[in-house]
Ligand binder design. Structure first.
Ligand SMILES: [Zn+2]
Length: 293
């Protein structure tokens, strides 16, 4: 159910890299913004070690200025989603390639001590004062070292932000009320969209992926919260396209017609992990149980 005005409510998404805010939870972000919620994105790293994933942007001038370009892309996405955003200031750990994997680069985000890296996030939680915080699950959603560290740091900051004995110099304590993990790339959704593509007589880009992806009902059962946001898939796609170095407009992401996504899976999905308010699951709203402000 859309709510007319929910001003006074605040939502904080903690993400590892610029573009994660547009690929995970962006349609629910756009919906909550339209309803009057203040949404703040925290980006842990600058994405300095990300590869250029769009063949049209894989040029020497882009590679030479990747940090600055990704900052500008983030600014554009931020304007599209109408969110505010802060950088946590850590350096991208990169995706370790090779067998065995090389050691992570010195000083990168994933090598930071969690209590140390949580401090600037505690400070942001105490100044923005979110009612709801989202992050990734313990596997990072996918096992990029920065995503796993984003999980560690978010969970630590959520637990510490309301405690006056922790980080006493990081502002007035504030306890966010609910903590969620993103689960939007789940197998049931992928399967539903795959089947809808075939039913429409179209090629599905997911056939190969699904063959290797075993059903895991226990993992699927972790989803507690499905936020209807189909009207905002278009805004999500525009925000994602703003990250031009990170997304191939001709790639599989955009191979599914919006109408098929909207009919086959009109929600973004989350797992409620901590709640300091009464709310029974399943639920369809990240703010369920939180009184209007
Ligand atoms: Zn990422």
């Amino acid at each position: 159910m859309p709510h007319a005005s929910r001003s006074g409510l605040r939502l904080m998404h903690v993400h590892a890299h610029p573009d994660d805010e547009s690929s995970k939870g962006a349609a629910s972000t756009a919906r909550y913004v339209a309803e009057g919620v203040d949404v703040h994105v925290v980006t842990c790293t600058g994405g300095e070690r990300g590869s250029v994933l769009n063949p049209n942007m894989d040029r020497p001038d882009v590679l030479a200025n990747i940090t600055e370009i990704r900052r500008r892309e983030m600014e554009e996405a931020r304007d599209i989603l109408q969110v505010t955003q802060d950088w946590l200031g850590f350096v991208d750990s990169g995706w370790p390639e090779g067998d065995p994997k090389p050691p992570l680069p010195e000083g990168c985000f994933a090598l930071q001590d969690v209590d140390h890296a949580a401090e600037p996030l505690v400070r942001l939680m105490r100044s923005f004062r979110p009612h709801v915080v989202t992050t990734y699950d313990e596997n990072g959603g996918y096992p990029h070292p920065d995503h796993i560290q984003c999980h560690n740091v978010s969970v630590a900051a959520f637990a510490a932000a309301g405690d006056p004995d922790r980080y006493p110099d990081a502002g007035e304590p504030w306890q966010p009320l609910k903590l969620y993990y993103h689960h939007s790339f789940n197998r049931p959704r992928t399967l539903a969209i795959h089947e809808a593509m075939l039913a429409a007589g179209l090629d599905s880009p997911y056939a190969e992926r699904l063959e290797k992806w075993e059903a895991d009902p226990k993992h699927d059962a972790r989803i507690t919260t499905k936020v209807p946001c189909a009207d905002f898939f278009e805004a999500r796609d525009r925000a994602l396209l703003a990250h031009a170095t990170q997304i191939d407009p001709d790639g599989p992401w955009f191979a599914i017609p919006l109408v098929i996504q909207q009919e086959a899976w009109p929600t973004e999905d989350y797992e409620l992990v901590v709640s300091h308010v009464e709310s029974s699951t399943p639920e369809d709203d990240l703010f369920a149980g939180i009184p209007p402000q």
